[in-house]
Write a protein that binds this ligand. Sequence first.
Ligand code: AMP
Length: 175
Amino acid sequence: MVNLVLIGAPGAGKGTQAERLVRDYGLLHISTGDLLRQAIAAGTPLGLKAKEAVGSGELVPDKVVIGLVEETLADKAEAQGFILDGFPRTLEQARALEGLLRKIAEPLHHVVVFDIPIGELAERIAKRVAQSSSSGVQVRSDDNTEALRRRIDDFTRATVVLLPFYEERQVYQGC
Ligand code: AMP
C-alpha cells in the first residue's frame, strides 16, 4: 500500500505517470482537475461554481476542492493506496489534507515533484492540444496561452510553499 501526492506544472506528465501507477499497482487516482472537469460537464452545483475559475486557469477556492477530496478519499475502500494529482496546491489545502488523512488513519508516504523546465511545458501542452484535436477529443478550455500562463504562475507559487512544508515532514522526493 502506498499513498502519494504528485506535484508538477501543467504538462509535466503527472496524469501519464498516475495512469501507469493505477495500472501497475491498483492505486486510486484522485485528480482534482479531472473531478472538477467532470462536475462542470455534468452541470452539478459544484461544477457551476468552479466553471469560470477552471476555464480561465485560476485556482478554485480551497473550501471547494478540499470538500471534493474529502468525499473521494472516503471511497477508497477497494484501492491499494491513492495518488493525489493536482492537490494540494496551497498551504491551506496541504494542512487540510493532513487533517483528512489523520481522520481516516492513512499515512502520506511520498510527495513526488516533477521538475520540468518551464520552457518545455508550453511545447508539451501544444502537443496535447494537437493530439486531442486530431483524435476528436475536446480540447481543454484552459489549454490556451493566457490560462496556461496563470496555471504555471500558480504552480510556481505553490511549490514555494509546499516544498518546505513537505521537506519538513520528510516525504518529499524530486524526479
Ligand atoms: P489540472 O487538471 O490539475 O491542471 O487542473 C485544472 C484546473 O482545475 C486548475 O487550473 C484549477 O482551475 C482547478 N484545480 C484543480 N486542482 C485544484 C486545486 N487543488 N486547487 C484549486 N484549483 C484546482
